[in-house]
Each structure stands twice: as structure tokens, then as C-alpha cells.
Design a protein around this ligand. Structure first.
Ligand code: C5P
Length: 404
């Protein structure tokens, strides 16, 4: 049964061209068993008719703050109390600005102020408006207040421009909402996560490494704990605090990470390899600091062991999830890696673009498994991590139900 079954969702539709996609969102939420009440801003009614939302939600649409009938039957406070979650889709630049400043000059903004339940925004606007410093500041302030957001996606826009600003797909918004109600989907599971970069020593003071910050792996460890799992985190050197409730082992090199994983893996149900493990290490690191001279210097590199592959080739491997950071042909390369490494699931992300992947606070993943795939729209890493954990939990459960 979907997490959204019998959940009460208030959907606020603000005035943008993406408002038409909110109709599909209502349908999906209802298909998943949610009860939906729609609030439209004045501008939204210029884009899509109130009647369409009424027909799909099976409820009257709420529009006016001071509607005598609505106030009698279900005023803004009552509507706020009724909701288990509030989603704003599309959330326009104007709506986000008004939310940031706590305005309460219409039903939609008043309701957001009066509500204490999770609030999820799906921003949608022209790409220049999204990238404008004012909107970015509004988005960061809202995020810092704990308001969740999903998207926007990048691509061709209704205005003919190309860039970030398309509303996340209704399916992705439904998954993100459903995730908010996930309860202990990993209760009793033992999960191991690798995170961060590794450092391969050149001499006692120098090393080879990469740009991984560890944020994604730490968010995954945190999300797994929240989902009820017992979590072991094997972490390369990062500047993050270990998540509460997680048993963390710090390592430096790929070899140390391999040993730490190998020593605990027999006890593990689900292994998530999020670390950016160095592919090569220095064949003969120098015991003393190398002195410089005017000659060119060659270092001989030898391949490190593939930790993930060593896990999946064990006699009875845990459910194994890999990551694939790709700069091109994302899905094709990820699917090939899923098979080559005998994985149960792979999470692929495009790296090299601005604001995503390594070092960033946000990510966008394309998750593939045998017989399925799902795109997790651009969102803060903690929200992406929670969605990934519920996908893993579902896939793991399905695999085990098939066997028993
Ligand atoms: O082959 P590639 O390095 O792109 O595979 C990435 C996946 O394999 C990631 O999940 C990463 O954590 C894992 N990996 C590993 N040990 C290595 C190299 C990669 O566990 N030596």
C-alpha cells in the first residue's frame, strides 16, 4: 500500500504555465489513495480552470481568503489543520518571495503561515528568473527554515528558453511526498555505506584524491537510520560530522576502505557504495618527503581493488547499490555498470555540470535496477537520500518476497 493512502494533502497551485501539470499531480495523488484539497491563487485561475481541479480532486476548490461560505465551512485555519502535508506546485518566483517574507494577503500564503505540517515546493519559472540572485536567496532562506523543495528540472521551457526552471514531473513530486510518510521502511536491516573520497599517499605529506565531499553518502547513512536501519558508515576524509546513531569508521586510502568493508560485510543486508574510491594508488609511496629538483617527475600508479565488485562477487552477497558518476551517456553507461558489477541497483548522476554532484548541496539521480528505473528530480541531498532509501527498501523487500 502506498505511503500516501488516506493522507490529507493540500495542493496550492500558483500562477504559472506549469499549473496544467498540477492536474496530473492531483490524479496521481488520488491514485495513491491520498485525499486532495486544492487551493488556487488568483493568477493560477488564469492558467487552468477551477472546474478541472474540482473534478479531479472530487472537492471544491478554495480560492478566496475572505469567502463567506468557505470561511464558514472550512476556513484557512481549518484547512491548515486538516492537512498532513502542503505542496505548492507550481511554486512561482512571486509565490516563493511572498512566502519568504511571510505575507498573508491571500488564502494560499495565509495557509502556509498557519500550517505546521511539512511544506514541499516545486518551483517553476523562466530560467533567468530562477537564476536571479533574489530568487536564489529566497530559495536558500526557505530551505534554511526547513521548507522542502523539489526541482526545478532543466530543459526546454514554455517560453522557448533552455535552462533550469521546469517544474519537477508529477511522478517525482508524488514520490517525494510519499517519502515524507515513509515509516521504518528499513527496520531491522543492517546497512553499510561507503562515503567520501580516498587519499592515496605520494609521500608522508602529499596525496592523490578527488572532489567528493561525502555529503551524499552521509545523507544516505542518515536517511537509513531514520528509516530504522542499523547503519555502519565507512568514510574517507571529509569535513562533516558523523550522523547521529551511525557507527562510523574513518579511513584514508582505498586499501584501508577495502579492509574496513571486508571486515564487516558478512553481517550486512544492504551495501551502498557511495564513496568516490581512487581508481589508482601510488605503486611505491616514498617514506620521506620528496625533495624537489628541476627534473620532471613520473609516478607509477597501480589500480586499486574494486571494493564494490569484491562485495558482489562474494558467495552470498548483500543487496548491493553502486553509484555511477558520469559526464556523458548517463543511463547507457550506468546500465552497463549495473551488469558489469553484478549490482542490484545503481544511482547515476551527471557530474561536471554547475551546481550538481560533487561538492554541491544538491543532486539529481537516475536510479536503475533490473526491470525498472526512476529519476529523482534535482533536490537537496537529504531529500534525494530519503527517496533513494525508500526505493532501496522497496526493491530489497520485493527481492526477498520473491524468494520466500
Ligand atoms: O567503475 P566506477 O568507479 O565508475 O564505479 C563506481 C562505483 O563503484 C561506486 O559505487 C564506487 O563506490 C564503487 N567503487 C568501489 N571501489 C573502487 C572503485 C569504485 O567500490 N575501487
Amino acid at each position: 500500500m502506498s505511503n500516501l493512502h488516506n493522507k490529507r494533502i493540500v495542493l496550492i497551485v500558483s500562477g504559472g504555465i506549469a499549473a496544467y501539470k498540477a492536474l496530473e499531480l492531483v490524479r496521481r495523488l488520488r491514485d495513491d489513495g491520498a485525499m486532495v484539497r486544492v487551493v488556487m491563487t488568483q493568477a493560477a485561475t488564469q492558467f487552468v480552470g477551477e472546474l478541472s481541479f474540482q473534478a479531479l480532486s472530487g472537492e471544491p476548490v478554495h480560492r478566496d481568503l475572505l469567502d463567506a461560505n468557505a470561511e464558514a465551512a472550512m476556513g484557512h485555519i481549518e484547512l491548515a489543520r486538516w492537512a498532513d502535508a502542503v505542496v505548492v506546485a507550481p511554486a512561482t518566483a512571486d509565490f516563493m518571495a511572498r512566502l519568504r517574507y511571510g505575507l498573508a494577503d491571500d488564502l494560499a500564503t495565509t495557509l502556509c503561515l498557519a500550517s505546521a505540517v511539512p511544506l514541499l515546493l516545486a518551483p517553476a519559472m523562466n530560467q533567468q528568473m530562477w537564476q536571479n540572485q533574489a530568487t536564489q536567496e529566497n530559495a536558500s532562506t526557505l530551505a534554511a527554515r526547513g521548507i522542502l523543495s523539489i526541482g526545478p528540472d532543466s530543459g526546454l521551457q514554455a517560453c522557448g528558453e533552455i535552462g533550469p526552471g521546469r517544474m519537477a514531473e508529477p511522478a517525482a513530486i508524488t514520490t517525494a511526498l510519499s517519502q515524507l510518510f515513509a515509516t521504518a521502511s528499513m527496520a531491522g536491516r543492517r546497512v553499510m555505506v561507503t562515503a567520501g573520497p580516498t587519499r592515496e599517499a605520494i609521500d608522508p605529506v602529499r596525496y592523490l584524491s578527488n572532489r567528493s565531499s561525502g555529503k551524499m553518502g552521509y545523507a544516505i547513512a542518515q536517511a537509513a537510520v531514520e528509516a530504522g536501519a542499523a547503519v555502519t558508515l565507512i568514510s574517507g576524509p571529509v569535513a562533516l560530522h558523523p550522523p547521529a546513531g551511525v557507527r562510523t569508521t574513518d579511513v584514508e586510502s582505498a586499501d584501508q576502505m577495502f579492509k574496513a568493508v571486508t571486515s564487516g560485510i558478512d553481517e550486512i543486508d544492504i551495501f551502498i557504495a557511495c564513496a568516490a574510491v581512487a581508481d589508482y594508488c601510488i605503486e611505491a609511496p616514498s617514506a620521506q618527503k620528496r625533495k624537489k629538483n628541476d627534473e620532471s617527475l613520473s609516478l607509477t600508479l597501480t589500480p586499486t581493488r574494486d571494493i564494490l565488485r569484491s562485495v558482489t562477487t562474494r558467495p552470498s552477497p548483500p543487496f548491493a547499490v553502486g553509484f555511477a558518476a558520469e559526464t556523458e551517456n548517463l543511463v547507457l553507461n550506468a546500465r552497463a555498470k549495473l551488469e558489469a558489477k553484478s549490482l542490484d541497483m545503481i544511482a547515476a548522476n551527471e557530474v561536471g555540470g554547475p551546481g550538481l554532484g560533487f561538492e554541491s548541496n544538491e543532486n539529481e539521480l537516475h536510479v536503475l535496477w533490473n526491470g525498472g528505473e526512476q529519476r529523482l528530480a534535482k533536490a537537496p541531498k537529504d531529500l534525494i537520500a530519503r527517496q533513494l532509501i525508500s526505493l532501496i527498501a522497496e526493491c530489497y523487500r520485493r527481492g526477498h518476497d520473491d524468494i520466500h
